[in-house]
Design a protein around this ligand. Structure first.
Ligand SMILES: O=P(O)(O)OC[C@@H](O)[C@@H](O)c1c[nH]c2ccccc12
Length: 268
């Protein structure tokens, strides 16, 4: 087993000490194939991304917007399996120590077996888990096993979450708190929501945990605006849109890397 305890926390701490913010990017594992995912992870890491979120493709992705649904579909059509994704991560760990977070729907974990899933995460070098369809009330077993094996179970809150509930979710979350910028599904939005500042101030009054904001951030300017308000910025659909644009070309890896760099430069 790898000793990666609190790699996510250490990353935020280091960034905070130098007055910097975290760039977290999301791609779907196996989109369009696992070898491309491997190259994308290394390219994003080399271009300044601080934490990478890898999605486990799922057939009924209720929280995902159209861009991520298509990404999942491409991966599923290529026959990507959880086992193969774990294999990829184990192999990536020979080349990069960038914190890796898996995004998975709870059903994928249930099918695989919760205990086996968490222990495999620990064995291959996964640092955190985001399970968007697992409410706080049903997450205790997973969180306990995560704590025991050094896997951060990262919980989500939204502007519609009551403050008292935010406090309880923050208490249970590990690594960082995922602050959903808007209610709804993932995908690019054109403006930064004006209520976001108030929402984040409300969250900040409840917890010391790093706050990362995701959903709808698609340009360097938007990332910069959000980075002023939070500790981290999460960008998914916009990264995948670049990937889509260069699918099947040799430029795919470098273009996604360049886009990541433009996001990171904007939030420095
Ligand atoms: O795609 P966006 O709007 O940039 O948002 C990030 C998001 O995609 C990523 O974190 C994510 C992908 N699937 C999810 C499901 C639920 C919560 C979050 C996610």
């Amino acid at each position: 087993m790898q000793n990666r305890k609190s790699a996510i926390g250490a990353t935020f701490q280091k960034l905070q000490q130098s007055g910097n913010k975290a760039l977290i990017t999301y791609i779907s594992a196996g989109d369009p194939d696992l070898n491309t995912t491997r190259k994308l992870v290394l390219s994003m890491a080399a271009n300044g991304v601080d934490i990478i979120e890898l999605g486990i493709p799922y057939s009924d992705p209720i929280a995902d917007g159209p861009v991520i649904q298509q990404a999942s579909l491409r991966a599923l059509q290529n026959g990507v399996s959880i086992e193969a994704i774990f294999g990829l991560i184990a192999s990536l760990r020979q080349d990069t120590q960038i914190p890796l977070v898996l995004m998975a729907y709870y059903n994928s974990l249930l099918q695989y077996g919760i205990e086996k899933f968490i222990s495999t995460c620990a064995a291959v070098g996964v640092d955190g888990l985001i399970i968007p369809d697992l409410p706080l009330e049903e997450s205790e077993e997973l969180r306990q096993q995560g704590d025991a094996q050094g896997i951060n179970v990262i919980l989500l809150i939204a502007p519609t979450t009551p403050t008292e509930r935010i406090a309880r979710i923050a208490e249970a979350s590990r690594g960082f708190l995922y602050c959903v910028s808007v209610a709804g599904v993932t995908g690019a939005q054109s403006t930064v929501d004006s209520g976001l500042q108030k929402f984040l101030a409300r969250v900040r009054s409840q917890t010391e945990l790093p706050l990362a904001v995701g959903f709808g951030i698609s340009t360097p300017d938007q990332a910069a605006a959000i980075a002023v308000l939070a500790d981290g910025v999460i960008v998914g659909s916009a990264v995948i849109t670049v990937l889509e644009q260069y699918l099947g070309t040799e430029m795919l890896i470098s273009k996604v890397g360049e886009f990541a760099k433009s996001l990171k430069n904007a939030i420095r």
